[in-house]
Design a protein around this ligand. Sequence first.
Ligand code: NAP
Ligand code: MG
Length: 488
Amino acid sequence: MTVKAESKTYENYINGEWQAASSHETQASINPANKNEIVGYLSLSTKEDLDQAVSAAKKAQISWRKLSAPARGEFLYKVANVLEARLDEVAETMTKEMGKTFQEAKGETSRGISILRYYAGEGMRQVGDVIPSTDSEALMFTSRAPLGVVGVITPWNFPVAIPIWKMAPALIYGNTVVFKPASETAVTAAKVIECFHEAGLPAGVINMVTGSGSEIGQGIIDHPYINGITFTGSDGVGKRVGQGAFARGAKYQLEMGGKNPVIVAEDADLDQAVEATISGGLRSTGQKCTATSRVIIQRAVYDEFKEKLLTKVREIKVGQGLDGETWMGPCASESQLNTVLSYIEKGKAEGAVLLHGGRKCEGPGLEDGFFVEPTVFENVESSMTIAQEEIFGPVLALMKVDTMEEAIEVANDVEFGLSASIFTTNIQKMLSFINEIDAGLVRINAESAGVELQAPFGGMKKSSSLSREQGQAAIEFFTNIKTVFVKG
Ligand code: NAP
Ligand code: MG
């Protein structure tokens, strides 16, 4: 039986109004913990709807950029307050729509609120420098200009935090936004946009158009009036965004996948390393771009670490994210579940040894959801698919090494370079790791998946277009520098 938790259709948000897609077609967003439950319907928009949104954003940008940055910040503070008042509701929608536990969904929504406040505050901070001119009677300085209209394309795994960490800096620096959320989490996205609406942002400053990646995402890539595109998602789609934006001279920023390692040195605090490996690898069902997926362990502590890890993994309770007892929810969609299961099969076929899990979960309460067991492999070699490709599921690959040099070599032996962590009590090992690891986020005695909103975030190698998001780094993408020379 189909349960309609909320059968509402979520419309596009264009020029300050909710508006049905011109196609009048919709798509159900379902609960991955119970595929019979419809969370809501999203609008399947067309290029016509996108055109309207872009026109509204282009028009609104003229007056939005003229507001002072502190005045723009006041709007972001208001959005933060509305989202705070609706925190539980938004988090519950997120849990129902993509499966992460309610506790994690609340944490992410709180993160969104903090990001809004952080960028509201940025509206009061310095944006340029005075540079001495060779002309003693002149003043030379840098200022920052907005790009214009920014297209925001986001994935489903952080449906509140990622859109906000793109939209808040876009807005504070004077851009207007056309936002295309992941279809998988469009209802959660609509609730975030409702908060912007309730906060009273001027019409057209923020617009949301839902629909398929091939129609609306591609439409953003190609649109001549979109001056910058900020994208987070998979490597394949990211490449299309980058190539398309480059071809028409738009600025772009891409954050993509990871294959993040943790190194466990022989002098590590093993209990701490085990906790962090489980948290970093399996929370959010492994569906974080910064999730730990390769566990590289020095031989001397391999067996002890493995036993401690397996003891804890066996205790993990998989279930509905809204159940307070649940530690790990389902995969976010059926296709995600199938991807994870196919990687597990590849792992077995290529000779990795399955130590725990590996199957779709069965049992009461789990039969209608996309649940997979937390999975641990050993004897994993760098040449295997599960050591190279992003799985985006709760799968840990244990790899045994003799020396620290070998550990770092294995850690770097992938195309990605997002996050990496090491557990060691030895300062020299920490320093070697900091210097030699190819990763944008380097974490010592901490899980690979931790990110702080006030610090730059982004990857090396194939994980990113090598730009950075968040913190003060965001200004680099969302503005252009103007060098100003003034002579009386
Ligand atoms: P995805 O399939 O690449 O989708 C991301 C966004 O792109 C969605 O809004 C999607 O729309 C849209 N899209 C799809 N096809 C498109 C096209 N042809 N042109 C333009 N846009 C298109 O990624 P995902 O499966 O949602 O997310 C998982 C991936 O995101 C993983 O690889 C993960 O590592 C990465 N990620 C990276 C970071 C980071 O900061 N580095 C953070 C989180 C996630 P539809 O939803 O409508 O298809
Ligand atoms: Mg869903």
